[in-house]
Design a protein around this ligand. Structure first.
Ligand code: SF4
Ligand code: SF4
Length: 260
């Protein structure tokens, strides 16, 4: 039986899912050279609160230094963007040929599989009209293509993911987007699940709290007229001085997934 669960790494909550270890979702397919990376095609943005958490321990400081040494790091006034790998050539070729060309890092089967599982927003109406003509048993048994407007996700990889190993960042220092993301192929199985509604409510409360923390830290920096671009060390020293606020995320029951 597959499960959704909550883990908590020294105060940082995550949603976990047993299916992710054998990801077969369209959201985890790769047509670039980094394979077996699940949905780690996201380029994380580390906020002031994330940075504040890092600089409170030796391990966190080395994580921050590791982030700063990345080749494509972009520092903005109030966050750091860890830009990862993007195979532009394959992406452009795929778009130009509507997914019907050879690609250097994908087999013919992989390209076909992606092409057959996605659909553009414009075609969605027609294909769903066709499904509506089937009886509900047949309709429910069909694996329907998903609307994916931005195919760039098939050609990207986060700078912290390793092929087959997954994320190399301690969960404690991952962004809340990384810690809470579950793709639609998982969440579609949980629509009627009341405990999952609770998961989402608690996640949303936590995200509101993080956003509040970030906006308070940003106001403080604005007040002192400093930011990460112009006064990086001053910001770090200030964040070190300020006591970090903690959030108590509740422990919720795990959920069995009945796959559709
Ligand atoms: S959330 Fe979905 S896409 Fe991401 S690893 Fe899990 S199953 Fe794969
Ligand atoms: S930071 Fe980790 S969890 Fe987040 S996208 Fe990158 S590899 Fe995945």
């Amino acid at each position: 039986m597959e499960k959704i669960f909550i883990t908590n790494t020294e105060g940082t909550p995550q949603f976990g899912c047993s299916l992710c270890y054998k990801c077969n979702s369209i959201f985890g397919k790769s047509l670039c050279k980094v394979k077996n990376r699940g949905c780690c095609w996201y380029f994380p943005k580390f906020t002031l609160y994330d940075i504040q958490k890092m600089i409170k321990s030796e391990e966190g400081i080395s994580t921050l230094n590791r982030i700063l040494k990345l080749p494509n790091i972009k520092i903005y006034n109030y966050y750091i963007h860890a830009v990862g790998y993007f195979d532009y050539d394959s992406h452009d070729k795929y778009i130009k040929n509507n997914g019907t060309c050879e690609l250097p890092y994908a087999t013919e089967e992989q390209i076909k599989e992606v092409r057959s599982e996605i659909i553009s927003e414009n075609d969605e109406y027609y294909i769903y009209e066709e499904y509506n003509e089937y009886d509900s048993a047949k309709n429910n048994s069909i694996k329907k293509p998903r609307v994916i407007n931005d195919v760039s996700m098939f050609f990207r990889a986060c700078p912290f993911v390793i092929d087959g190993q997954g994320c190399t960042l301690n969960k404690k220092y991952r962004t809340y987007i990384c810690n809470f993301f579950l793709c639609d192929e998982i969440t579609d199985n949980l629509i009627e699940e009341s405990t999952f509604k609770k998961y989402k409510e608690e996640r949303d409360n936590y995200i509101r709290w993080i956003e509040w923390e970030n906006s308070s830290l940003e106001s403080l920096l604005r007040h002192k007229n400093i930011n990460l671009v112009k006064n990086f060390n001053d910001v770090i020293n200030l964040l070190k001085e300020i006591e970090i606020n903690e959030y108590e995320f509740p422990n919720l029951d795990e959920i069995n997934i009945n796959l559709k």
